[in-house]
Design a binder for this molecule. Structure first.
Ligand code: SF4
Length: 493
């Protein structure tokens, strides 16, 4: 059902967390625009503020609560709609915060704009609001068309604002929100397209399957349509992502010829003129020989592989319910490196998982040291209510986990530096992002020297002296390392 709101209201969507959440946020913006609402420039000037939350750590929860309070203080008249993973996990907690008018879980995110418009109408109840025939008939027939999960689950439990909560069993849902995400920080040059959502794994520390539901994929024809639309709009690099991207296609029926991630990538290369495709995080065992070979042999695929490791200790991986052993991980990374010696290879690593001993941490450190990884995302374990790990004995003390995090970040920075050094004196392809005056944001009138930020094919930050148009592929001679970036001179387009 489409909705239409004839009295123009303004909306603002603020996203937290991962790329998948940002993709959902972009799809929510599309929904509001389809309903005839207008984007506001900031939350202080919007009638509807959507906070699209993350719940991957307790710090993420805290950020969301702080943002809700901030929005309510700055704009007390705004209707605050909270959605996303935190909304799915703990709707009552969010509904009780001042200023929150609706909590819409991931289960109902695909209808968020409709639900918000309905709520807006009920609240305003003004005669001059004219709704489309569909909305009017829906309102007449069933003004409360969604039953809150909280009401279903808990008999005799008081709900303070029960009609504002729209959450149901996420595992019953198979919708997939998809809209490309543009990163405002880089002048909209590298859109990110989510092609898969949810996860069928049950890593013992992870809340994602419970808030995003089962793995589901965007249909091949829909992916190709989005890719071709982006290419036609002038984009030259596109990132494909998912919650568990390597599972793309597994939810389709056998009749659809066992579609796999490699099939999707091959189809994108064959059926579009996209110049560069970047594959975001793929679980280690989904880096199949076919996928590695495809990435290695196509100059249109960025030389960049990200494979979450989490731990290098067999015992910890088992407690985490991860499906591979450290030797499997090693084999995959070595294969990727052998096939693409200049590729950026990244990993997520978690420290302080319950029961992680000094010896187990040392195993992880050694595995990282010995592998050709070029960057790491280091996380400190944070107990998520309802996950098996939250109830495990021997939770690691915060100072110990902090120190382990520091050790790995230091190791990561040495490895990254060595990787960067290996390109000094060589030429690399890179896409330009945006120009900036040194020490300031881009300003045409600034007298400060201007540099242009770029990103190499193999995921290294690069700075070029001078102003270059964004979204251009250049070949760059790398001359030095300056701070956290390579510095070089373009030699050709
Ligand atoms: S693979 Fe594990 S860590 Fe990743 S989303 Fe699924 S359950 Fe969470």
């Amino acid at each position: 059902m489409r909705c239409y709101y004839s009295t123009v209201a303004s909306f603002y969507v603020q996203n937290f967390g991962c790329r998948a959440t940002q993709a959902d946020g972009a799809a929510i913006e599309r929904q509001f625009e389809d309903c005839g609402l207008e984007r506001a420039g900031d939350p202080a000037h919007a009638e509807i503020v959507v906070l699209n939350t993350c719940t991957v750590t307790s710090a993420a929860d805290q950020d969301a609560r702080a943002a809700i309070r901030r929005v309510h203080r700055a704009n007390p008249q705004a209707r605050i709609v909270v959605t996303g993973c935190y909304a799915q996990r703990s709707p009552d907690e969010l509904a009780s915060l001042p200023g929150v008018t609706q909590v819409i879980g991931n289960s109902h995110k695909h209808q968020l704009a409709e639900l918000t418009v309905l709520e807006l109408e009920s609240a305003a109840a003004t005669p001059d609001l004219n709704f489309s025939p569909q909305i009017s008939s829906l309102l007449q027939s069933n003004p409360r068309s969604f039953v809150p999960l909280t009401a279903l689950l808990t008999e005799n439990r008081e709900l303070r604002i029960e009609n504002s909560i729209h959450v149901s069993d996420i595992f019953a849902h198979t919708e997939l929100l998809a809209a490309p995400v543009f990163d405002a920080a880089n002048d909209r040059t590298r859109p990110n397209l989510k092609v898969q959502d949810g996860c069928d794994n049950r890593c013992s520390f992870c809340v994602i399957p419970y808030v995003r539901g089962q793995s589901r994929s965007l249909k091949l024809e829909d992916v190709l349509r989005e890719v071709n639309t982006l290419v036609a709009s002038g984009y030259r690099e596109l990132v494909i992502s998912g919650i568990n991207l390597g599972r793309w296609g597994r939810d389709f029926s056998v009749a659809s010829n066992n579609l796999r991630l490699a099939t999707l990538i091959r189809a994108i290369l064959d059926d579009s003129t996209l110049e560069k495709l970047r594959i975001s995080s793929v679980e280690p065992m989904d880096w199949t020989d076919e996928l590695i070979s495809l990435a290695a042999h196509s100059s249109r695929i960025a030389k960049h592989a990200h494979a979450p490791m989490q731990s290098g200790s067999d015992a910890v991986l088992r407690r985490m319910h991860r499906k591979y052993r450290p030797w499997h991980y090693r084999e995959k990374i070595e294969k990727i490196h052998a096939a693409m010696p200049t590729a950026a290879i990244g990993a997520d690593v978690m420290v302080g998982f319950p029961g992680e001993t000094d010896a187990e941490f040392e195993e992880t450190r050694r595995v990282i040291e010995s592998l050709p990884l070029t960057y790491l995302h280091v996380f400190t374990y944070s107990a998520r209510p309802g996950t098996p790990a939250a109830g495990m004995p021997n939770q690691v003390a915060a100072p110990v986990a902090r120190e382990r995090n520091r050790v790995l970040r230091e190791l990561a920075s040495e490895k990254k530096r060595a990787f960067m050094r290996s390109f000094v004196g060589k030429s690399v392809p890179a896409i330009t992002l945006r120009a900036a005056s040194c020490g300031a944001s881009a300003d045409e009138n600034s007298s400060r020297p201007v540099t242009t930020e770029a990103l190499t094919d193999n995921y290294l930050k690069l700075r070029l002296d001078g102003r270059y148009e964004s979204n251009q592929w250049l070949h760059v001679d790398i001359r030095s390392i300056e701070g956290d970036a390579l510095a070089g001179i373009p030699i050709s387009q």
